[in-house]
Ligand binder design. Structure first.
Ligand SMILES: [Zn+2]
Length: 110
């Protein structure tokens, strides 16, 4: 068992940080063993990359939705743009869904 820092992100996710200390078992070989233990938890004020990505896509999706609502108020003349926007929203929804599933998989893997 070797000791590592743990970086904890604002979103609650975490990742392993720097290696800190060998355990007795592996001290002589200079290598780290497979088991990781937490030396200290380092708070990180940002969200993790994955959540960042989700947020970015979510913002784009919301912006797209705002646009559609604006166009709808203008009546029928933006129909083509609205259809394109809906396609965009659908594909963003799918990307967001995939990213969230990836995040859940990671959480469950721990
Ligand atoms: Zn996260």
């Amino acid at each position: 068992m070797c000791f590592f820092d743990q970086h904890r992100f604002a979103c609650g996710d975490w990742k392993w940080g720097h290696f800190r200390q060998h355990c007795n078992r592996e001290y002589r070989t200079g290598e780290t063993c497979g088991m990781k233990l937490i030396m200290q938890t380092v708070p990180v004020s940002q969200k993790c990359k994955l959540c960042d990505k989700i947020d970015t896509k979510q913002r784009r999706r919301n912006a797209e939705e705002d646009r559609v609502n604006r166009w709808k108020r203008e009546g029928g003349k933006f129909r083509a743009s609205i259809d394109r926007s809906y396609d965009m929203i659908r594909s963003l929804d799918k990307e967001i869904y995939d990213l969230r599933s990836e995040r859940m998989r990671k959480l469950q893997a721990v």
